[in-house]
Design a protein around this ligand. Structure first.
Ligand code: ATP
Length: 199
């Protein structure tokens, strides 16, 4: 069985995440794909929305896609969780599965800074979709491009969508309505409005 694993803060989940997940599913021949929302990511500030809201938005986003599921394993663990621990846990739970770890281009480029990154490569194959520059994820054309470790690159146009840009647009949802509809699944946008998130 080919099992995809897609970690992130998903604060909130957006169409960039879903596009990466669908491309990986098709192009890697996955049988199932697990979204793994982070509890307290070790390398970045705490998420804006709490874990219950981020999980609820993920559930709405994948409601029509039975091949996608959510693993709450990082949410139920106390304190920061490193990807190596999550992958080891999932590898033990799915001993016959081949694991594929999904990454955006930015995460792939900084991968060698991850805790025990070389051990991750022993457990999972990396699958990467590049992303276009957006707020929070600018490309620095003047800097030498950094390459990450060996990976399978997905084909598909890079999407200029980031949760950072979405949270900024949600400061004025009426003015940015068109853009928000393009970036977020409708059910997620409705949920954000109903719960007054990211104000
Ligand atoms: P933020 O702007 O808050 O950093 P984000 O949009 O990068 O959020 P994360 O939850 O941090 O979302 O990302 C989880 C994973 O999804 C990372 O590997 C990231 O590179 C990838 N990803 C996010 N957006 C895109 C996109 N538009 N295209 C490809 N990969 C993406």
């Amino acid at each position: 069985m080919n099992l995809g694993i897609f970690g992130g803060t998903f604060d909130p989940v957006h169409r960039g995440h879903l596009t990466l997940a669908r491309h990986a599913f098709e192009q890697c021949g996955l049988d199932q794909l697990l979204f793994v929302p982070a509890g307290y990511p070790p390398h970045r500030p705490p998420p804006h929305a709490n874990a219950a809201h981020r999980q609820a938005m993920l559930e709405l986003a994948i409601a029509d896609e039975p091949q996608f599921a959510i693993s709450p394993c990082e949410l139920t663990r106390r304190g920061p969780t490193h990807s190596i621990d999550t992958l080891a846990h999932l590898a033990a739970r799915h001993p016959t599965a081949t694991l594929f770890l999904l990454l955006g281009g930015d995460a792939w480029r900084s991968f060698r800074r991850w805790h025990r990154w070389a051990d991750i490569l022993d457990i999972a194959q990396l699958v990467v979709l590049d992303r276009a520059a957006t707020a929070g994820h600018e490309h620095h054309a003047d800097k030498k491009p950094v390459a990450g470790p060996p990976a399978q690159f997905l084909s598909g146009p890079p999407l200029a969508i980031s949760a950072t840009a979405i949270r900024a647009a949600l400061k004025d949802p009426a003015k940015n309505a068109d853009q928000l509809r393009a970036w977020l699944p409708a059910a997620v946008l409705d949920y954000i409005a109903a719960h007054r998130l990211y104000r």
